[in-house]
Design a protein around this ligand. Structure first.
Ligand SMILES: Cc1cc2nc3c(=O)[nH]c(=O)nc-3n(C[C@H](O)[C@H](O)[C@H](O)COP(=O)(O)OP(=O)(O)OC[C@H]3O[C@@H](n4cnc5c(N)ncnc54)[C@H](O)[C@@H]3O)c2cc1C
Length: 518
């Protein structure tokens, strides 16, 4: 172990994913490193958690595919990442009718105004509804800037006055929210459902505010780093070290030490203990609170918080199919130089998939599907590659199978991949299979391993209205000086969460208690 790592620090951060890195950098920026040092503990040899890039032969793949404009936060950290912005069209939806074999491609342009114009041109019967939606959604989005993470009594009054739309819609799902506009064209629903899916839940389940915000920010600008998403943890690590932060990898925290209901440090699996004034856990919130703190202690301290942790629903896991393709295929000519492509049969299929997932079953059909297909290589000028996701998926017996019978694990995941590749070949990219040079398949077991989350959740706690906004699991836990800022629906929210939690610890000195930076 590095002898320079002090046993006593001011703040311990558990987990070196983007939330942990953001927390540690914000701490280090706002506290002198000699008097109030920060220590980041990570179980893996490298940092980044879910955010990584990996090579298979000469092909470069990323787990993460797209982020919205994050420049304000990166500037605050003092980090510069070279990001490619998607221009032209932002996403394409391949709406498929499997009975006739017909596929309609709906190309969504980048930019909120371009998107509104596109909808008006294509669905003139819904002109009134479209205009009403955009005015309402923009106002709702703007209200976000008045929200506070822990509002005081007077701030609650201010929020009631300044955020009427967010408050009115807070208990509604996106589908319920959309009803107020009376869209008549079913295709508009298909398009809006895509933005709901970005949050990991169908329109029928997701809190309305999330797709409204996701739609506004993603259309304003979507990016990916030229050198792969690994740039995020790389540059964040360098910056944290520059600021005097300490990092210890290959170190699994097994317990949060608590004395007189106050967090005083952590114990690691190797028996080593570290002590701190504050502990911030950025791992799976159920594991952090139920295992590292302990169910009994939590229950004794706050039955309501313990219940909230217990009932918080996590988001689903996924399969990720990465394909390295030969140089014969012209992905540019096939229109893949855009942020996101979706092959779907529409008609509420994502909701149907979700219901099946909730029952613990897997839905694989040749007649109904929902398959995001992204090209990570074209925008960055790399060797031809495609990434497909199968979502939602549950962990089921994937971990057991991988650990006990690797050949059966490989066979099963390959069969699943072939099913989805077959559909993409049939309806989206004719002749795809003959171009495949490399195939890499991540299963829910892969995501369990990298995050330490037993559910391999892609997006942390799922943003149902009962899990979201004022109903989310609070960052300030009932254990004094213990915080959990997890509520990550992607890199941008994770970057925000790290700043928010340090702001909370430091009595609003950084962002005045606001719920978003920048
Ligand atoms: C396949 C996939 C695709 C995605 N696509 C996008 C996308 O396109 N855009 C986007 O914005 N977001 C995307 N996301 C979501 C995004 O990656 C996550 O929201 C974000 O990376 C979560 O960061 P985190 O730090 O909160 O958690 P994690 O990344 O899960 O980090 C937690 C860290 O804690 C460590 N840890 C766990 N237990 C312990 C312990 N006991 N002791 C020490 N360390 C521990 C883990 O090893 C890990 O490094 C995607 C996620 C997945 C899985």
């Amino acid at each position: 172990m590095d002898k320079n790592i002090p046993e006593r620090v001011s703040c311990i951060v558990i987990g070196g994913g983007i939330t942990g890195l953001s927390t540690a950098i914000t701490w280090a920026k706002n506290n002198p490193s000699d008097e109030k040092p920060v220590l980041l503990l990570e179980k893996e040899p490298g940092l980044g958690g879910y955010v990584t890039s990996f090579k298979r032969k000469d092909y470069l793949f990323d787990t993460v595919q797209l982020i919205p404009d994050s420049f304000a936060v990166l500037k605050y950290f003092g980090i510069d990442i070279d990001l490619k912005q998607f221009e032209g069209y932002y996403a394409r939806i391949f709406l498929t009718d499997t009975t006739t074999g017909k596929v309609k491609c709906i190309a969504i342009p980048s930019g909120v105004e371009a998107f509104r114009t596109f909808l008006l041109q294509n669905y003139p019967n819904d002109e009134k509804a479209i205009n009403k939606y955009f005015i309402y959604a923009q106002k709702m989005f703007d209200e976000l800037f008045h929200l506070k993470v822990e509002p005081t009594f007077f701030e609650i009054l201010n929020i009631l006055f300044k955020c009427p739309k967010i408050i009115t819609q807070s208990s509604k799902t996106f589908r319920q929210f959309l009803k107020r506009f009376h869209f008549s064209e079913p295709e508009i629903s298909e398009i809006f459902d895509v933005f709901a899916a970005f949050s990991g839940l169908p329109s029928e389940r997701v809190a309305a505010l999330l797709p409204v915000s996701a739609m506004t920010v993603s259309l304003q600008g979507s990016y990916r780093p030229y050198k792969g998403f690994i740039e995020f943890p790389h540059k964040m690590k360098v910056r944290l070290k520059e600021l005097g932060g300490h990092i210890l990898t290959n170190t699994t925290v097994e317990k949060i030490l608590i004395e007189n209901n106050r967090a005083i440090g952590v114990q690691c699996e190797n028996g080593k203990r570290f002590y701190a004034d504050y502990v911030v856990t950025t791992i799976d919130p159920k594991v952090g609170m139920q295992k590292l703190v302990g169910k009994e202690l939590l229950q004794k301290q706050s039955p309501s918080y313990a219940r909230k942790v217990d009932t918080a629903k996590m988001s689903a896991s996924a399969f990720m199919i990465n394909l390295g393709l030969d140089e014969e295929i012209d992905l540019e000519a096939l229109g893949f130089n855009c942020g996101y492509n979706l092959l779907t049969t529409g008609k509420g299929i994502f909701n149907k998939l979700y219901k099946t997932y909730e029952k613990g079953d897997r839905f694989m059909s040749k007649d109904e599907f929902f398959i995001p297909v992204i090209c990570p290589s074209l925008p960055l000028g790399k060797k031809n590659a495609l990434t497909m996701f199968v979502y939602p998926a549950s962990v089921g017996d994937w971990c057991t199978l991988r650990d006990n019978d690797y050949a059966a694990y490989t066979k099963k995941k390959t069969e699943i991949a072939q099913h989805f590749i077959g559909l993409v070949e049939q309806y989206m990219i004719p002749g795809l299979c003959k171009h495949i040079q490399v195939m890499d398949i991540a299963t829910p077991a892969t995501f369990v391993r990298y995050s330490g989350s037993p559910t391999g959740s892609k997006f942390d706690m799922a943003p149902y209205p009962t899990n979201f906004g004022k109903n989310r699991l609070k960052m300030r836990t009932p254990i004094k000086n213990l915080f959990q800022p997890k509520f990550s629906h992607g890199i941008w929210p994770c970057l925000q969460a790290g700043i928010q939690v340090v702001d909370m610890i430091m009595d609003r000195k950084i962002m005045g208690g606001n719920s978003r930076y920048g």
